[in-house]
Design a protein around this ligand. Structure first.
Ligand code: ZN
Length: 234
């Protein structure tokens, strides 16, 4: 069985489309949240996701940006992010906002080998907000896994690809589709082949039309910084 992992699309339709071409052949697609925020195409991204969810195995959880846009809770957001949240609330359709409100904060998945997964945007200790950065020590990940009954934990939120193996259990972050922050501007996703050993999680990067996304961000009147950062992978 092939499992595709995606996260943090952030209203970037160009990045989503190129990643989709590569992940759509997987048996299931798991998304760790933040469909919206920052980028110029929230309605198009949410409608794409809604459509695909109706016709295939595709699970998605709510991220902190989805939450902020859907419920207006943007405390703790930097000024750029907050401005983008307000813009999203103005341009998004009622149906698409309602879809974000209904996204679960946690999702469970079990693969064909019986291995179980918990999907959560940030961390089980603070589902929407805690960052599980790749440089945290094993002791921190061990403590986080104390809150997880499933074998593996799938997260997003940091926009940095990561695989940590702790006592045979995995914490995986596929990186960000729409706004990578590891210095590589290309859209990020991950693939798992359940016939392979657990340490074989395949991380992929794919080029997309970043100029077009940046142009749309500026055209929408969103902060210019949100366009510039896409070229830097930050
Ligand atoms: Zn995010």
């Amino acid at each position: 069985m092939f499992i595709a992992l995606i996260s943090d699309i952030h209203s970037n339709l160009e990045a989503l489309k190129v990643v989709w071409r590569e992940v759509k052949r997987a048996d299931v697609i798991l998304c760790m949240g933040d469909l919206v925020g920052y980028g110029p195409n929230p309605n198009e991204v949410v409608e794409f996701v809604r459509r695909e969810m109706e016709r295939r195995d595709f699970l998605c959880v709510r991220g902190n940006h989805d939450n902020a846009v859907a419920f207006g809770l943007d405390w703790g957001f930097n000024p750029y992010a907050r401005e983008a949240v307000r813009w999203h609330q103005r341009v998004m359709s009622v149906e698409n906002l309602e879809f974000l409100r209904r996204l679960p904060v946690r999702q469970l998945f079990t693969d064909d080998t019986g291995r179980s997964y918990l999907l959560i945007h940030g961390s089980p200790r603070a589902p929407l907000d805690e960052y599980l950065f790749p440089w945290l020590p094993d002791s921190e990940f061990r403590s986080v896994l104390g809150y997880v009954r499933q074998d593996d934990l799938l997260v997003g939120h940091t926009h940095m690809p990561m695989l940590r193996l702790i006592d045979g259990r995995r914490i995986i972050n596929p990186g960000s589709v729409g706004q990578p922050r590891d210095g590589d501007w290309r859209a990020s996703y991950a693939l798992i082949d359940t016939e392979e050993p657990p340490e074989n999680v395949h991380f992929h990067r794919v080029e997309y039309d970043v100029e077009e996304t940046a142009r749309k961000i500026v055209e929408a009147g969103l902060p210019r910084f949100l366009a510039e950062r896409l070229f830097e992978g930050y």
